[in-house]
Design a protein around this ligand. Structure first.
Ligand code: MG
Length: 262
């Protein structure tokens, strides 16, 4: 894994000579710093301006892929012209189109029933926060005492083993109960490539900071630009790393200079 800015000239060369670029960014921890209260993870105006202008460049298609629900992520970013994939790609929103759902009404019923059961069980667990994201229930423990994650994981595993059709996933300080469907950020990247670029494959640029982003890194090819966001290189299969969301903004700024105002 190389530090992205050390290899910038090479990356710039690749991007400058690409007819189409699919630029996909995770949100929390990638485009904005992670906050203890997720509603405080607001996008700064400078980054919003860069995203808006980059999405207007003829060669760029820009999307945000997040674990948040579509409603949540699209209102946090606030730009109608972008693509949004919410709930790790269970929901996809293309500009001006109805939302595409990769889950069924039956999935929603299953999730609804489990949520009721879970609420009773979690009343006693201090600091755990249940977030209802439509087809996914998230159990957050960022603000809970140490050990809470294990308790939540056990509760989630128990419920899911009693309810076929559901699955458990883990992220940064969060456990999620989801429909047992084939979805992740890698599946979303492939879906976008097949549906938006049937004729000519674009160069894909993907940046993310969490285990769910690894699924996207894993489907990218030699000519794509995969970027892990974290303080140092990691075991993730991204080709490059940058240190934090400040450097994501710096990357967007350099991209803007390269493609829009050289
Ligand atoms: Mg993230």
């Amino acid at each position: 894994m190389k530090y992205l800015f050390d290899d910038w000239d090479k990356i710039a060369g690749t991007l400058r000579s690409s007819a189409k670029i699919l630029l996909l960014l995770d949100y929390d921890g990638t485009t904005v710093p992670i906050q203890r209260a997720p509603e405080r993870a607001r996008l700064d105006e400078e980054t919003r301006r860069l995203l808006h202008e980059l999405s207007g460049a003829p060669e760029v298609t820009l999307g945000i892929i997040s674990g948040r629900s579509i409603n949540d992520i699209s209102s946090m970013v606030g730009l109608d012209e972008l693509i949004y994939a919410g709930n790790h790609g269970l929901e996809i929103l293309l500009p001006g189109r109805p939302m595409k759902k990769l889950y069924s009404e039956e999935d929603l019923h299953l999730i609804f029933n489990v949520r009721k059961e879970l609420k009773g069980q979690l009343d006693d667990i201090t600091g755990a926060i249940i977030e209802e994201k439509g087809p996914i229930i998230a159990l957050h423990y960022r603000t809970a005492p140490p050990g809470t994650g294990d308790v939540l994981l056990e509760a989630a595993d128990n419920l899911v083993s009693k309810n076929p059709g559901l699955a458990v996933r883990q992220g940064k300080m969060v456990i999620e109960i989801t429909p047992d469907r084939d979805f992740n950020k890698g599946v979303t990247v492939k879906w976008l490539l097949e549906n938006l670029f049937p004729a000519e494959r674009p160069v894909v640029v993907f940046a993310g900071d969490d285990v769910s982003d690894e699924d996207a890194f894993a489907v990218l090819g030699q000519d794509d630009v995969s970027i892990y966001v974290g303080p140092q290189p990691s075991h993730f299969s991204a080709r490059y790393y940058i240190k934090d969301s400040m450097e994501t903004r710096q990357f967007l700024f350099k991209l803007h200079n390269l493609l829009i105002s050289p």
